[in-house]
Design a protein around this ligand. Structure first.
Ligand code: NAP
Length: 250
């Protein structure tokens, strides 16, 4: 991969594992100084050690984004300080996947899903985007999902949070885009990860034109593209990364 993010700094939430880790890896490999974050210190520090061993620049900050706005602000402060006072790229990726019949999901899980999936992204963006706008440059990438475009049994709560994230992408593109901050989303299909959707849903991706579920590492190049100057004209878009499943089936 050509180094297109040299000198840039990035905070990727939910980057200790899965899709977030893949985006953090790809951005670090493209030359960015990346802050990884998640609750598990052990997993986060191991990920940073692996990146450093590969010659990349990375740090870890522990954060439990279920704690809401204070946790998001603490994370932004610590990341900004580790990144030399500037976050150029914010990836709002941390997410949990509550599934089950609507009538079975309790209020605690409802609140947790909105806090981790939406509220943390909202207040991280509120804290970091104005500084990007003041500098006249910055990138925000939100992780959406194909569940915004297709109804799945048992996914009502999760899908609603992802619809909110993709909606925020458009609103923030309008709000911050004129100041040079590009805001876009990546909407992956089902990919096998730590908290993967069921094998049944991942397996359903075989009916996509691509004929298989996505691989975690396939999100990295798209994230690097969106973060880099090649995407200078890309604002407010949601990129569906699902082997074509949403629009066509075998
Ligand atoms: N996999 C898929 O098929 C798929 C499809 C579409 C969209 N997505 C979205 O992609 C994103 C990443 O999912 P993934 O599949 O890669 O899942 P994953 O492997 O479980 O990764 C989730 C990440 O979020 C972190 N996280 C979870 N709860 C957190 C909390 N309370 N505070 C801070 N960090 C927290 C986890 O770290 P810790 O556990 O250490 O906290 C981990 O780094 C999510 O937004 C998900 O909705 C996934």
């Amino acid at each position: 991969m050509s180094a297109r993010l040299d000198g840039r700094t990035a905070l990727v939430t939910g980057s200790t594992t899965g899709l977030g880790r893949a985006m953090a890896d790809a951005m670090a490999a493209a030359g960015a100084h990346v802050v990884l974050t998640g609750r598990s210190k052990e997993v986060g520090e191991r990920a940073v050690a692996e990146l450093r061993e590969a010659g990349h620049t990375a740090d870890y900050v522990a954060a439990d984004l279920a704690e809401g706005r204070p946790a998001a602000l603490r994370l932004a402060d610590e990341a900004e300080s580790l990144l030399g006072g500037r976050v150029d790229i914010l990836v709002n990726n941390a997410g949990i996947v509550p599934v089950g019949p609507t009538a079975d999901l309790d209020e605690e899980l409802y609140d947790r899903a909105w806090t981790v999936n939406v509220k943390s992204a909202f207040f991280l963006t509120a804290r970091l985007a104005p500084a990007m706008a003041a500098r006249g440059a910055g990138v925000i990438i939100n992780t959406g999902s194909i569940v915004v475009r297709h109804g799945f049994v048992g996914s009502a709560l999760y899908s609603a949070t992802k619809a909110a994230i993709e909606s925020l992408t458009m609103s923030w593109a309008a709000e911050f885009g004129p100041s040079g901050v590009r805001v876009n989303a990546i909407a992956p299909g089902f990919v096998a990860t730590e908290t993967s959707p069921s094998e049944r849903l991942v397996g359903a991706m075989t009916t996509a034109p691509a004929g298989r579920p996505g691989r975690v590492e396939e999100i990295g190049p798209l994230a690097v593209y969106l973060a880099g100057d090649d995407a200078a004209y890309v604002h407010g878009a949601s990129f569906v990364l699902d082997g074509g499943w949403t629009t066509a089936r075998r």
